[in-house]
Design a protein around this ligand. Structure first.
Ligand code: IPM
Ligand code: MN
Length: 330
């Protein structure tokens, strides 16, 4: 059986790291076929849509999507919405899995997974400005259904890992929204007697992640908190150059993307570190059942330092893989 992968390079360094990740995947000699699709701000400027219908159709007809990055302006642009947010919604990819593995600046071992709710919260797109232009309001939507399914996903991951789950919220202030998230979380975790469950306020979690990162295994939280804490976790383990993520739901395709953005400051210079995209490809392979190959990719990335140039780092990763082959197949 062949698996079809849609590559969406997007904007900025996405155009550099996705071809690099494709070359690494191709070196594995797995039954994969690749197709490329357009999305992003450049696509919006050229074609009037950031995520054209034909891109959705291409994605729908594939088993997995490897996504680079897209640029989102800081101000409102009529008709533009971030394509990654649209893809998450379109395929109902409610779980954003963001592992952080490495050694912290303080020397502590870090091996944690942020499980970020991916469909609602402050990302619901419900924002408005009052008529006087002096007050802006964002609605934070939290539902019991979305909270329950993300906490269930996090519990399943905790079970596969070290059995410890931290529920992160701010229910002391956001009594309704975080209150519902917290209450739903505890209702769900009641079925997971084998896990060690704790709760933590998000500000405390930020501090403790810095000071004692090794006490964390799986963190589950709402959308914006997860966005912020996953960058923090990436910073703990060497930065965004090596931080991958997976957006997954009940069905394929999932979307696999580096946590980093389009990095316009270094785009076009061939300098971007491709390892976050390559490690995202490893998560993609794992999702498709190629566990051995996924592990080989991780090992090859761990053994490779960024060589200042995308092409050199990619070549080094492929060299490591070739040494590990043929066991890396499968
Ligand atoms: C990420 C990014 C996106 C997000 C942006 C680009 C919409 O920061 O994947 O973390 O906040 O989800
Ligand atoms: Mn982010």
């Amino acid at each position: 059986m062949t698996h079809t992968i849609t590559l969406i390079p997007g904007d900025g360094i996405g155009q550099e790291v996705i071809p690099a990740a494709r070359d690494v995947l191709a070196a594995l000699d797995l039954p994969l076929t690749f197709q490329t699709a357009d999305a992003g701000f450049g696509t919006f400027e050229r074609r009037g849509s950031a995520l054209p219908d034909e891109t959705i159709a291409t994605c729908t007809a594939s088993d997995a999507i490897l996504f680079g990055a897209t640029s989102s302006p800081m101000h409102k642009v009529e008709g533009y919405r971030s394509p990654i947010l649209m893809l998450r919604r379109h395929f109902d990819l409610y779980a954003n899995l963001r592992p952080a593995v490495g050694v912290s600046p303080g020397g502590a071992p870090v091996d944690l997974l942020v499980v970020r709710e991916n469909t609602e919260g402050l990302y619901s797109g419900r924002e408005r400005v009052e008529d006087d232009g002096m007050t802006a309001i964002a609605e934070r939507v939290i539902t019991a259904q979305a909270s329950a399914r993300i906490v269930r996903t996090a519990c399943d991951w905790a079970r596969k890992r070290r059995g410890r789950l931290t529920i992160v919220h701010k229910a002391n202030v956001l009594k309704e929204t975080c209150g519902l998230f917290r209450q739903t979380a505890f209702a769900v975790t009641g079925d997971f007697h084998d896990l060690e469950i704790e709760e933590m306020l998000v500000d405390t979690a930020a501090m403790r992640l810095v000071m004692e990162p090794d006490r964390f295994d799986v963190i589950v939280t709402t959308n914006l908190f997860g966005d912020i804490l996953s960058d923090l976790a990436a910073g703990l383990t060497g930065g965004l150059g090596t931080a991958p993520s997976a957006n997954v739901g009940e069905q394929r395709p999932g979307v696999f993307e580096p946590v980093h953005g389009s990095a316009p400051d270094i785009a076009g210079q061939g300098k971007a570190d491709p390892r976050a995209a390559i490690l995202s490809a490893a998560m993609l392979l794992e999702d498709l059942g190629y566990a051995v190959a996924a592990r080989a990719l991780r090992e090859a990335c761990a053994a490779t330092r960024h060589a200042d140039h995308t092409a050199d780092t990619t070549a080094r990763v492929i060299d490591h893989l070739r040494q590990a082959l043929p066991t890396a197949r499968g």
